[in-house]
Design a protein around this ligand. Structure first.
Ligand SMILES: Cc1cc2nc3c(=O)[nH]c(=O)nc-3n(C[C@H](O)[C@H](O)[C@H](O)COP(=O)(O)OP(=O)(O)OC[C@H]3O[C@@H](n4cnc5c(N)ncnc54)[C@H](O)[C@@H]3O)c2cc1C
Length: 500
């Protein structure tokens, strides 16, 4: 097939990352032509789909992995990772507020809700840790509204299921009412729907990119139409690979230096979903516990109210399980094998050897029976009845493994770019969706600096993301934080009254 006219930008993948980059770029420069190519028949049905992630607006309010315990006995935990994730998520809240107010992502109640975020611990040592964590966080304006209690009666008021049927033991919890539950799939479809309707833009589903090659002044993509099997060649001046689990194979086909020694390992997830509406109705919070000691940085289990497909759900997990697929819906069992190269095999082997504790954890997770999953649930909800719960699939997390990491695992997300900054890609999974605005800004700063060179460009961006040049965690920014939070809450309908 002949090549079509050259768009300025092609975004590979119709998930939350491409949605944010596309919406921000087009809003910054309305002249840009942007095409989105999505392999699946629908947009945002992989990791960004509501069922395939926890929907937690990661802000360090309840996730204990953002406050590692202090090394010295009696010292306060390090809160800097919590401050950082809070400030990054705040940028997303600001952008979504702007997007809701300007027609890019209307009807925010359908993709974001205010939900209390709780941390819950058992045992004297953990109660002491949670108390110290609260003391350290509460001192900062971001966490001023965080409440702490070690009184089971107060915890019952916050989340009755945590206490019902529990034997006497030390327990403690913290609570922040201003947490969020986000349906990242719904949000992505809104933003991409808006983008596809803009002049010069196109969002196409059923188009799988199968090859990526640098040509003179552009990138050439081989694209297969999944329904007919026909292949065409398209080109663009700039390409963003936002293909989630499909990113590594595309970077390998592009032959970028960054892919030398780069491997990937998939970990699938599962939830326990409550099928009893009487139980679902009695839990209105996201409750995070401590990560199991042997789980690496995979994060702890949580018991969450969710709002998905217009209904209220109660999910517990995630539980890890084995897969060799890189994508939940359109992946193949051969994905892991075909990603192997002589260059990345040593990276995978070295990681496996160095991470024996995590590998052991994953093996035990994968071999779990329904009874052991229910036992984990009863740590949170002691009175849980087996008949009320069923196992459902969650998404696949594809962990990027870099040669330079020498077997260490970093569970964050990372933007990689070609040396000439004409291609960018996102590696890694979490906290991903929550910081998609920040990630898109990082791509824009690196690959489209001209858009921010002019005063007019910066004014436009400041209207969308007022904190893009501001360190919101600095003491001097406390007033800005309150003012901007009030504005985005108003725009997103995140008032306490609107919550339930
Ligand atoms: C169990 C679990 C829980 C999580 N919980 C949270 C959470 O609570 N909060 C949070 O912020 N983040 C969470 N995450 C992470 C979050 O889901 C991801 O960071 C985010 O969804 C990634 O978005 P994406 O757009 O990069 O990828 P995706 O949503 O996977 O989108 C990639 C798209 O690219 C398409 N694609 C792939 N290959 C090709 C190709 N060759 N050609 C064309 N299209 C292609 C796919 O079909 C897909 O639609 C969680 C992840 C998991 C696994």
């Amino acid at each position: 097939m002949p090549s079509r006219a050259l768009p300025d930008v092609i975004l590979i993948g119709g998930g939350v990352m491409s949605a944010h980059l596309g919406a921000l770029l087009k809003s910054l420069d309305p002249r840009l032509s942007i095409h989105v190519l999505e392999a699946a028949p629908e947009l945002a049905r992989e990791s960004s789909d509501g069922w395939n992630n926890a929907g937690t607006g990661h802000a360090g309010l309840c996730e204990l992995n953002y406050t590692p315990p202090a090394a010295a006995p009696g010292a306060l935990p390090d809160v800097s990772p919590a401050l950082s994730i809070f400030a990054r998520f705040e940028r997303s809240r600001h952008f979504w507020g702007w997007a809701a107010a300007h027609g890019l992502a209307p009807r925010p109640a359908e993709y974001i809700r205010a939900v209390p975020h709780l941390s819950f611990v058992r045992g004297t040592e953990r109660v002491d840790f949670l108390r110290a964590r609260h003391a350290a966080l509460h001192a900062h304006p971001f966490f001023r509204t965080m409440a702490f209690t070690a009184d089971p009666a107060a915890i019952r008021d916050w989340a009755p299921l945590l206490i019902e049927g529990r034997r006497h033991e030390p327990v403690a919890a913290t609570k922040v009412d201003a947490g969020t539950d986000v349906d990242f799939g719904e949000l992505s479809r809104r933003l991409l729907g808006w983008l596809g309707a803009q002049e010069g833009c196109r969002v196409a589903t059923g188009r799988r990119v199968i090859g990526l090659r640098r040509a003179e002044g552009s990138w050439e993509l081989s694209v297969r139409e999944t329904a007919s099997g026909e292949t065409e060649s398209v080109a663009a001046r700039f390409v963003f690979v936002g293909a989630g689990g499909g990113t590594l194979p595309l970077l390998q086909s592009a032959g970028l230096p960054v892919t030398r020694g780069l491997g990937a390992f998939p970990i699938a997830g599962q939830w326990l979903a409550c099928a009893n509406p009487a139980v679902v109705d009695r839990h209105f919070a996201k409750v995070y516990g401590p990560p199991p000691a042997d789980s690496g940085a995979l994060g702890g289990p949580h018991l969450d109210v969710r709002h998905l497909e217009g209904g209220r759900q109660l999910l517990f997990g995630p539980f890890a399980t084995w897969t060799t697929k890189f994508l939940h819906r359109t992946g193949h069992l051969s994905d892991l094998a075909t990603s192997l190269r002589p260059g990345n095999l040593p990276t995978l082997l070295r990681t496996g050897l160095r991470q024996r504790v995590l590998v052991g954890f994953l093996v035990r997770q994968a071999l779990q029976s329904m009874d052991t999953r229910l036992a984990a649930l009863r740590d949170f909800y002691p009175a849980a009845q087996a008949a009320d719960w069923r196992l459902v699939e969650a998404g696949i997390r594809v962990q990027a493994l870099k040669r330079a990491d020498a077997g260490r695992l970093s569970f964050g997300t990372e933007v990689v770019t070609s040396p000439d900054a004409t291609l960018a890609a996102l590696l890694g999974a979490s906290p991903g969706a929550s910081v998609s605005t920040d990630i898109a800004l990082q791509v824009i700063r690196t690959c489209f600096p001209a858009l921010l060179d002019s005063a007019a460009g910066r004014v436009r961006l400041r209207a969308m993301v007022p904190t893009f040049e501001l360190d919101l965690a600095a003491p001097s920014a406390a007033r800005d934080f309150q003012r901007l939070r009030a504005e985005s809450d108003e725009r997103l309908g995140l008032t306490a009254k609107a919550a339930r």
